[in-house]
Design a protein around this ligand. Sequence first.
Ligand SMILES: [Zn+2]
Length: 200
Amino acid sequence: MSNAISKALMTITDGQLSSAHKLPSPNCNTRPDGVTIDTIVIHNISLPPDDFGATDSHGLHYVKALFTNQLDWDAHPYFQTIRGAEVSAHLLIERDGTITQFVNFNERAWHAGKSSYLGRPNCNDYSIGIELEGSDFTAFTNQQYDALATVISALYKAYTKTRRHLTGHSDIAPNRKTDPGEHFDWARLRGVVAQLAQTT
Ligand SMILES: [Zn+2]
């Protein structure tokens, strides 16, 4: 854990993460009445797959374009396979640790799809979705682990019920999804989160 991370305290106010870039997505809606936000779901994504940091002709990161319904489906053959998708996540953490927030945590982002966690369907209703730019076949960066751990520490404070429910997309949609993948180091993440809890 770097000093930069330990000192870079993030706070959450009214569902917004301080120090995150804000890029609002239309792909969200209200959570069901009475729902408690109690789960954090980790994903990976890259567009095209395994290509990190790729942008469109306007310089817009392809993942950010997807989450804001600005992706040019004809720009790459792979994009044809997801043409028309209306999806989002609350956060994207890029390879350099840059964090972008697309959806207020108090709103429902569209990241999990058909899913179930501990017998409860529709994980989008009660979870916060975090995308790491990456793939199932590549290690994630130090900056991503540090940024993710710092975010999770802030979420644990703002949404205390999430402390017991940190999971991956492949765990809540096991027959459909493989992310965040075998390269994602859960023990490392939990270790950095625990360190932060002691120092903040
Ligand atoms: Zn996913």
